[in-house]
Design a protein around this ligand. Sequence first.
Ligand code: AHR
Length: 503
Amino acid sequence: MSDARLTIDPHFTVGTVQRNLFGGFVEHLGRHVYDGIHEPAHPTADAEGFRQDVVELVKELGVSTIRYPGGNFVSGFKWEDSVGPRESRPRRLDLAWHSTETNEVGLHEFSSWLDKVGSELMLAVNLGTRGTAEALELLEYANLPGGTALSQQRIDNGRTDAFGVKIWCLGNEMDGPWQLGHRSADDYGKLASRTAKAMRQLDPSIELVVCGSSSAHMPTFGEWERVVLTHAYDDVDYISCHAYYEERDGDLGSFLASAVDMDGFIETVVATADHVKAVRGSSKTVNISFDEWNVWYLSRFENVDKIQGLDNWPVAPRLLEDVYSVADAVVFGNLLISLLKHADRVTSASLAQLVNVIAPIMTEPGGIAWRQTTFFPFSITSRLAQGDALALKLEVPTYETKAYGTVPLVDAVATHDAATGRSAVFLVNRSVSEPVTLTVDIASLGEVSLLESHTLSDDDVYAKNTLADPERVAPRANDSVRIEGGSLTVTLPPVSWTALSLG
Ligand code: AHR
């Protein structure tokens, strides 16, 4: 058993926790849209074909903005195909995922689904196979109240009020050689700047996200951000980060420290953005939209699941349907801790993705919908992390990893909401074998008691929720918590994620 200490002081704030930190991402990919959120023949489907059991789970998850419609998909997407009468919408090849897109669900239907789940649309434009003109056309269609051909087309298609989309992504992962229309940083930076200027000329109220790197391990990482921002700094509000983690070669210790990599990624992009700010003598700050993050067994997709063949373009194939373990959920919870620790500069984020595709929610056609292990850290953090993120004093043992060297055994973040007086602490124990007893100095919070405790751990760290056993894993109350004389103690089991709510 190891010991660790933590001091919480609500005066030491990092930044306000923006609700947009708890965004999601829905891509036209695999069974995400079709046979995921939309399954007209399902017993719970409403008149529009949307599964109500899925709607309820998305509401419980607590997602703010939802990025749409991709991802790699958007770089070959013609938005015009997805609006207007359904019977005349074309079937198209989706080159990104080697599938057929039926366009049965498009902008109008998706927006209606967002109303049902209570989330806000974050829209990506295609800067892969298309450019500034098409981005402007989509913006006019979506956001102009009326009086022009495209806004009238929207009205004729059944939507009188503008969609009023606030956050727009200028393409997707344009640094990735796999991306349709992949460009150099110089070419993309110029295109993003032109497109952003034009879009703001149409609607100055929008917020714009320029593509950063698709991983901190891309060969162009760092230089990509510098060059792109040198072109587009004045035109955008956010630069994106994307990161996925998986356990490789049975190295659980390194995998559990994935958030160390995410911390470094964020801090490097902040430094690079601030460098460009300094060089330009700008008074404006560009923040981070971490608009794809998750655990993803990408190597499995690359080596086993990829679809190929000129005569093989399935509709809604089972793709990227990772089944998450307790260990995956602990890493996932730690990634949320990393985002919160940087709440001053990460002001928007999107969990990639939401249903069936590397998702916290799974569905079976005609059958049940269930929560993966990763559902729990997200829903609990989204609900409890309110007010300001706090800078903590953390004194913890360390351990050695192959991937990241010496790393802390425990990671933590806390939030404090001055309006309600409530605080929350989020913790992970990365040890694969030892519990940790943590003493938290909470004297500066005043008289508080424990409102809620949740710990996710299991004797089998690879236990999962599946169709056959959908409730195998769930968090439980942590009975070890004691509060006495301004101090809280809690035991964190090995490979565990914990949330405590105090008030
Ligand atoms: O989320 C899956 C894919 O990961 C997205 O389409 C792409 O942007 C990223 O490479």
